[in-house]
Write a protein that binds this ligand. Structure first.
Ligand code: ADP
Ligand code: MG
Length: 625
């Protein structure tokens, strides 16, 4: 008989197979894949030794899509079929992206359920499908290096990515045939790459300036876990703006400002980018620009000139830095470490200005392009089970409160914003009407008191509630947000156990600008909202009281009330009826107090009568024991 092997407690069995795991930075401009080999996390290059894969997919009429074109090809080839920056459209609806989409040469078509698709010669593709192509290319790369199929990956996403954006990323991974072990926030990944989780407890700032976006995040490391305290940024600020500023300078120098057509502009942008990247290594660059008349402009740009052009752009990163400190409720001096992330933080001026702002020398030792992928690879290695004694936990927060709609168009928040995930919260609700057998559950996201000022995430119905009087049914609604930030909602009627639920998969997401707007609105409207909430609560309460009394009067008003008593109640009911839809909550409150007073005797008689009925309907021994 074969015996099972049991290893020493605390010691891993020596036969544990090494699992193939990778970390993926699915970026707006560039994507990377990294893996841990022989205890060292490193990014993986293509056959030419290029580690950065431009997040660009070119569709062709015949043949499979090409992923990761060079800039040269991107400019000269086929702009209508060459999809870049697709991350900006992940999890977004047609309405969300309208203004943004105009900035790109490719065309969107409106498809079913409000989901945008991109028109190409090879057919229409959703942002999820385009992202899946990028992921597939990275998968091939890492599987060749590891000589076998991947067991799982960790994919990084911006900390502010909402549910829809994370879900869209998950779908893309699924399409690419990848098993996602966990999503990891980009700033957290960068902190892990620097081993801040091995260091002292404290608060860290992660400054990420990429190709088209700027993100600043505040992480707290304490008791072995990271928590995102706050994030801020600018979704339209990055290396592209620097390229544009330099291109404008070049056009001016070469005297071709007004004559530049789109294609020439693209070309000059390309030269600007090359110059920018060279200037991080050397003090000056030589440039040649072809004018529309065929002549050439030759010139030079040195670091000082470059710095002067881009200073205003870098300066724009400082406002979100101030904001994030305020949001996190901390002071500048609370920050222990600053980590630089993103290709644009290679620029010496960026490091200098960020360092000055935070009063410290930022971490720059790990290549800022690669740092996120490296952190993700370290985490993937642990989650895949290759480091059985490491139980690092990572906490994220939800960006906006989650709640459900209650009577009167009001929102009841189940999970407040900035709650760390994973999290499960439940609350009991009840029916509004007698005999109500179904309940509509409307899941919303946002900070405002009224449903219409928040974002609708999903609707579903709980059916099969046994008919009971209003308020008697107990429906337990549970919200669960998993470690990836995905929400599932369930509703259960307690007496019968009937249950239903959904995984919230909204058809479109919110831009970070919108998230910010919603937060701002909730602050500016806070006092209005409180007043509206109070009014709605009285209106709902009045409607409920009105209905309950109507039913009771129909049932045994004749039998239990004298005509004088009945007239008094009717008058009070009429009075309530005339104010209950109005805007004056005090009037409603007053009418309800009057109604309450004139009907309390009736309520008591009804109660006595029903106890009497109940007792006479049963045999006495049922009540013994
Ligand atoms: P994303 O996170 O948006 O995908 P990356 O972190 O890869 O972007 O950053 C891409 C940006 O970094 C581009 O604008 C690129 O021009 C810029 N970049 C890369 N290397 C350098 C460099 N040496 N100097 C200045 N900018 C650089
Ligand atoms: Mg990035």
């Amino acid at each position: 008989m074969a015996l099972f092997e049991i290893s020493e407690p605390g010691e891993a069995p020596s036969t544990l197979p090494h699992r193939r795991a990778a970390g993926i930075d699915l970026g707006t401009t560039n994507s990377l894949v990294a893996t841990v080999m022989e205890e060292v996390a490193a990014t993986i290059g293509d056959e030419l030794g290029q580690h950065l894969l431009p997040s660009v997919v070119r569709y062709r009429a015949d043949g499979s899509p090409l992923v990761g074109l060079t800039n040269q090809q991107f400019i000269h080839d086929d702009p209508l079929n060459t999809i870049s920056s697709v991350k900006r459209f992940m999890g977004r609806g047609v309405e969300d992206i309208q203004t943004l989409a105009n900035k790109f040469p490719y065309e969107f078509v409106h498809a079913e359920r409000g989901m945008p698709r991109i028109k190409t010669v090879a057919g229409d593709f959703s942002p999820v499908e385009v992202s899946a192509e990028i992921l597939k290319a990275l998968k091939v790369r890492v599987e060749q290096t590891l000589e076998g199929p991947l067991d799982g990956v960790v994919i990084t996403v911006p900390a502010y990515f909402d549910d829809a954006q994370r879900q869209a990323t998950k779908d893309a991974a699924h399409l690419a045939g990848l098993k996602v072990l966990r999503f990891l926030n980009e700033p957290t990944a960068a902190a892990i790459a620097y081993g801040l989780d091995q260091g002292a407890e404290g608060i860290h700032a992660i400054y990420d300036l990429g190709g088209g976006t700027f993100d600043i995040s505040i992480l707290r490391f304490s008791k072995g876990v990271f928590e995102v305290l706050a994030t801020a940024g600018d979704s339209a600020l990055g290396g592209d703006d620097i390229d544009r500023a330099i291109a404008e300078w070049l056009l001016e120098q070469a005297d071709i400002g007004a004559d530049a057509d789109h294609k020439r502009l693209q070309e000059v942008m390309y030269h600007a980018r090359v110059a920018k990247e060279l200037l991080t290594e050397q003090d000056s660059v030589e440039l040649t620009i072809r004018r529309p008349d065929g002549t050439d402009w030759h010139g030079q740009m040195n670091r000082a000139e470059f710095a002067e052009q881009i200073k205003p752009i870098i300066h724009r990163t400082l406002a979100p830095c101030k904001r994030v400190l305020r949001d996190a409720g901390i002071e500048l001096r609370d920050i222990c470490e600053v980590v630089m992330v993103g290709g644009s933080t290679r620029i010496p001026l960026v490091r200098e200005m960020a360092g000055k702002f935070f009063h410290c020398e930022p971490h720059v030792d790990i290549d800022p392009d690669k740092v996120v992928a490296i952190g993700a690879a370290i985490q993937a290695d642990i989650l895949a089970g290759n480091k059985p004694d490491n139980d690092m936990l990572l906490l994220d927060v939800i960006p906006l409160s989650l709640g459900i709609e209650t009577m009167g168009d009001l929102v009841e928040k189940l999970i407040p914003r900035n709650t760390t995930i994973p999290v499960t919260r439940g609350q009991k609700f009840t029916t509004f009407k007698d005999g109500q057998t179904a309940m509509a559950i409307h899941v919303v996201q946002g900070e405002r008191e009224l449903v219409r000022d928040n974002r609708s995430l999903a609707r579903f119905e709980l059916q099969g509630i046994p008919p009971m009087v209003a308020g008697a049914a107990h429906i337990q609604v549970t919200f669960q947000v998993d470690a990836d930030g995905l929400l599932s909602v369930s509703a259960k009627e307690q007496s019968t156990g009937v249950e239903t639920g959904i995984v919230v998969k909204p058809s479109y997401g919110l831009s970070d600008g919108e998230v910010e707007k919603m937060l701002r609105d909730s602050l500016t409207h806070a006092s209005d909202d409180v007043n509206i909430r109070r009014l709605r609560e009285y209106q709902v309460e009045a409607e409920r009281a009105f209905n309950v009394l109507q039913v009771a009067l129909n049932e045994n008003g004749e039998q239990l009330l004298s005509s004088v008593e009945r007239a008094r109640i009717d008058t009070a009911l009429d009075a309530l009826q005339s104010v209950r839809q109005g805007k004056d909550y005090l009037a409603i409150k007053k009418a309800m107090t009057v109604l309450d007073r004139v009907s309390s005797e009736f309520a008591e008689r009804r109660m006595n009568a029903s106890i009497h009925d109940a007792l006479t309907g049963h045999k006495v021994n049922e009540f013994s024991e």
